[in-house]
Design a protein around this ligand. Structure first.
Ligand code: FES
Length: 116
């Protein structure tokens, strides 16, 4: 059974907001996009830049360093192939956000495309 880690109150992450969580030595970027919560590794798979401050276009997060884009739901780049960003399940449990590090989901991009 995966460990659910509290990462704060849902009230602290209103639609359009983002924040960082530091868990077990990892930096995780959390987003609320139109009421849906997303959590991704705060390290670009291209060259390790922080993604937390990247520009969002819908669910596509643009890396501030070189501009690659990743779907925060799937970790995929638009189109087929490319680099994969690790994503983590996050859910709202009666107003408390819980994340599972054990269920990180890297490398799903070969069989699906981004929801652009
Ligand atoms: S480090 Fe993110 S695109 Fe290069």
């Amino acid at each position: 059974m995966s460990r659910q880690i509290p990462v704060g109150s849902a009230d602290e992450l209103a639609p359009g907001q983002r924040k960082l969580a530091f868990i077990d030595g990892r930096s995780i970027a959390l987003f609320n996009i139109e009421g849906e919560y997303y959590a991704v590794e705060n390290s670009c798979p291209h060259n390790g830049a922080s993604l937390a401050g990247g520009q969002l276009e819908g669910r596509l997060l643009r890396c501030p360093a070189h501009g690659l884009r990743f779907d925060v739901a799937t970790g995929c780049m638009p189109g087929k192939g490319g680099l994969n960003l690790a994503t983590f399940p996050i859910r709202n449990v009666t107003g408390r956000l819980e994340l599972s590090l054990d269920d990180a989901q890297p490398g799903q991009c070969h069989s699906q495309q981004c929801g652009t």
